[in-house]
Ligand binder design. Structure first.
Ligand code: Z16
Length: 802
């Protein structure tokens, strides 16, 4: 549905009058946002309804993406873009003396995720709709999103993120679709006409109420649904006279997002959350199937429904599906198992041991007695089936239950027909190292799906000037079809284009410099190299290596050795309980303070650690980056996705050959990336032979020693104990992230980068190549592979709106 400027202005005036009895000129920014978002909702409502009707008519197979995190950020501009209204609305507002970007600041950032995994889930939602598939999200409507980060004396402090305070403008509560989820109590199996069915006693009943969020496809008339569940007291009759305590316990289930990225916490409440949204989602899928598709013939289920398990948090879906099929719908175990495996697929996002979920049997039996029985039976049959086919060792290594614990990854693998990693190297490591027993058992289940990013958000919305340059050079087609971006490479020797690229980057840097000034009071020179590392704070991501480089540069400058001007920009939240990560934050903040205030340094080097890195802040930092730091210990970063966003915005990557960095290098060629560090085999050799002795490196390298010593010799003020902690960590025998092993290689590549920076034309040529080849990481390509190779979906036939 197209809109004209005049129509829009009329609608806006009407909304503001209806809602607030005001004229546009009197409305506050928050009021303007409320009115504008209402107009957008009215805009997609007809196509949301039409999509739902078409689904019922065409009965196409649908995917349900189960994820404990979704991290969409803000939706106003992305909905405007996807409706095809962005330009018109932006210009109309300008006519009225208003500014869309200002109005957009009133929208709270929907931070229902920690980092890469949650952001990927949100990108997949946007992409499923934009590529024309019917895909549904299934997750949790957390009352509090990921904490807001503040620095107090250089220490991280966490504040609650009360994003619903101002109401959510995009969600629709659908009480009629509520279901009940049961926890605890006792279960007895009783005979009912020859079928053993569970009888529950003393369990707690929770009402799951869905809130649906529209996911508007990119100018294609399709709108999908992201369904987030809220936990509430069940209606009268289910629970007699709930006390305040009962109410609190139930509402707690969807109260907070666990703030750990790639780290597992064995809390009961987390297990409750996992079962809550998994059970609610499956019940609502089966309700729909019974009503709209095939009554009680479940053998057809895999032809209509694909369920994706995003990491192991929703892995209970395997057992819950069995429970519903066997107990509720009375399908035989073998048939139900066959249906379950054909329906489920699973993505692994990490090889880090500490991230793997293992729930105590005792905890699971108490909270989910029937589910624990079912898992025990799945495990028993798994062992039984493999007896005499493979060695007992393989069975013990792969079975679900081991040492009193339920291994969730094993449940997901055994219960799914597809298991994928998120980058080529990661999948290869799953097959040959981490999951090699499973790979030998089920080689056909394993496949790779390299992650992607939505170029709609990261180029079209975040970098409008770059978008216009692409339009001008290669035409507008790239906005719908990213293959076209490869044509940008034809402009490699076009001076005008290279100059435009330089100007666009400079303008974006000026804007970011203003933000930095406003938030920190620090003035940075937009002509300096903007060197960016934005991601969660984690030892394996090695913000520490960047810190050592900063200390090295500082010491060089103090000693009269010159370097080009550089502004190092960090954005990173640490999990609140992650002590080492918080120590790193403190040391970086104190180092920044020291350098930024040292008159000898002037503005040769600045270190800026921006508070509260989230999607909204990413949209401001990434378009202004010259350098992208992707320096994880090789083998540890499953994929990474900030690497892709930065590349798409023309930043040059400094990269270890880890995760998707390898594929970035493949795409741009080795001359257009700065790669360094240990290779995968060298890392594994160190691990296998336990022969990494960082103290030897430190004693024999004066440059390294100088940088590392500055952590403990009083150079950096106010961080003695934290500096000492980092120092001890670096020098620990067999330190697992190999920071010092990569130090000199890192310094060398940074020197090479400085030389490239001095050759301006060359730099922007490299930048241009990176932009052109970011098409390889367009999430639409990733989603099409999932749709074709894992979910077996067909596109919904829907009329494109005029
Ligand atoms: C997460 O964000 C990731 C892995 C994980 O086990 C848990 C969480 Cl919350 C990240 C990976 O670290 C990152 O490499 C990857 O790009 C991202 O998931 C999406 O696949």
């Amino acid at each position: 549905m197209r809109i004209t400027k005049e129509e829009f202005k009329q609608r806006l005036a009407r909304k503001v009058r209806n809602y607030y009895e005001e004229e546009i000129s009197e409305a506050s920014n928050a009021e303007l946002f409320a009115a504008l978002s209402a107009i957008v909702r009215d805009g997609f409502a007809p196509q949301w309804r039409r999509t739902r009707i078409s689904e019922k008519e065409q009965k196409q197979k649908q995917v349900y993406y189960f994820s404990i995190e979704f991290l969409p950020g803000t939706l106003l501009k992305s909905n405007l873009l996807n409706l095809g209204w962005l330009e018109t609305v932006s210009e109309a507002l300008e006519d009225l003396g208003l500014d869309l970007d200002t109005i957009a600041t009133a929208e709270p950032d929907m931070a229902l995720g920690n980092g890469g995994l949650g952001r990927l889930a949100a990108a997949f939602m946007d992409s499923l709709a934009s590529t024309g598939y019917t895909g549904n999200g299934n997750g949790i409507r957390y009352k509090y999103g990921l904490f807001k980060q503040k620095f107090v004396n250089g220490y991280q402090k966490e504040l609650p993120n009360d994003w619903l305070k101002s109401q959510d403008y995009w969600e629709v509560r659908r009480e009629s679709k509520s279901v009940l989820v049961r926890f605890g109590g006792q279960v007895h199996m009783v005979d009912d006409n020859g079928w053993l069915v569970p009888q529950y006693e003393g369990e707690e009943v929770v009402r799951a109420v869905p809130y649906d969020i529209a996911i508007v496809g990119y100018q294609n008339g399709l709108t999908n649904t992201l369904r987030l569940w809220d936990a509430e007291i069940p209606p009268e009759g289910e629970l007699n006279y709930p006390t305040i305590e009962d109410r609190r316990r139930i509402e707690d289930i969807t109260s907070i997002l666990y703030p750990d990225d790639s780290n597992y916490e064995g809390r009961l409440l987390r297990l409750k959350q996992e079962y809550f949204f998994t059970s609610a989602g499956l019940q609502s899928i089966l309700n729909y199937y019974v009503k709209e598709i095939a009554k009680h013939d479940f053998s057809e289920l895999p032809n209509y429904v694909a369920i994706h398990i995003n990491d192991t948090h929703p892995a209970l879906a395997v057992a819950e599906m069995m429970r519903l099929l066997v107990d509720k719908y009375r399908v035989s175990w073998d048939k139900a198992w066959n249906i379950t495996v054909k329906t489920m697929s699973y993505t692994n996002h990490t090889i880090m041991q500490e991230a793997l979920e293992k729930w105590e049997i005792s905890m699971m039996s108490e909270l989910l007695p029937r589910i624990m029985q079912i898992i025990t039976e799945i495990d028993r049959r798994y062992v039984e089936n493999l007896k005499n086919k493979v060695s007992d060792e393989v069975i013990e290594r792969t079975r679900i239950i081991k040492d009193g614990k339920v291994r969730m990854a094993h449940l997901a693998i055994i219960g799914s027909h597809s298991i994928n990693g998120v980058a080529e190297l990661h999948t290869q490591l799953l097959e040959t190292e981490v999951l090699k027993d499973f790979y030998n058992l089920y080689p056909e289940r394993f496949n790779n799906k390299t992650n992607g990013i939505t170029l709609r958000r990261w180029i079209q919305i975040a970098n409008p000037d770059l978008s216009k340059l692409l339009d001008k050079t290669i035409g507008k087609e790239w906005r719908a079809n990213s293959d076209e971006m490869l044509n940008f490479e034809k402009y490699l020797h076009n001076s005008e284009t290279l100059n435009s690229l330089k100007k666009i980057k400079y303008d974006n840097k000026v804007k970011l410099a203003k933000l930095i000034k406003d938030r920190t009071g620090i003035i940075v020179d937009p002509k300096a190299i903007f060197d960016v590392q934005v991601k969660r704070l984690h030892a394996y991501k090695r913000q520490t290596l960047k810190l050592l480089h900063i200390l090295h540069l500082y010491q060089d400058l103090k000693a009269g050795i010159d370097h080009p001007k550089r502004v190092v920009i960090f954005g990173a939240k640490a999990a609140p309980s992650y002590v080492f990560a918080k120590q790193v934050i403190k040391v970086i903040n104190e180092t920044a303070n020291m350098i930024n205030n040292d008159p000898d340094i002037h503005d040769k080097l600045k270190v800026i650690f921006l508070e509260n890195y989230d999607v909204t802040l990413a949209e401001k930092i990434i378009p202004a980056a010259d350098v992208s730091e992707q320096i994880s210990t090789t083998t540890k970063e499953a994929s990474g996705t900030s690497n892709m966003k930065l590349m798409a915005n023309g930043a040059l990557t400094v990269a270890t050959m880890d995760g998707a960095n390898i594929e970035i290098k493949d795409a741009v060629g080795e001359d257009n990336i700065f790669s360094f560090g240990l290779a995968k085999d060298e890392v594994y050799k160190y691990y296998a032979s336990k022969s990494y002795h960082p103290r030897n490196l430190y004693e024999n390298d004066a440059v390294m020693k100088r940088a590392v010593d500055s952590l403990i010799d009083g150079t950096i003020p106010n961080s003695n104990s934290e500096g000492q902690a980092l120092f001890n960590n670096f020098l620990e025998d067999n330190e697992q992230f190999l920071v010092l092993a990569d130090f000199s290689s890192y310094i060398k590549i940074q020197n090479k980068l400085e030389q490239a920076w001095a050759q301006e034309r060359l730099w922007y040529q490299m930048s241009l190549v990176n932009i052109a080849h970011s098409e390889r990481f367009d999430v639409d390509k990733t989603i099409k592979r999932y749709a074709k190779e894992i979910w077996h979906l067909n596109q919904l036939k829907i009329e494109k709106t005029k």
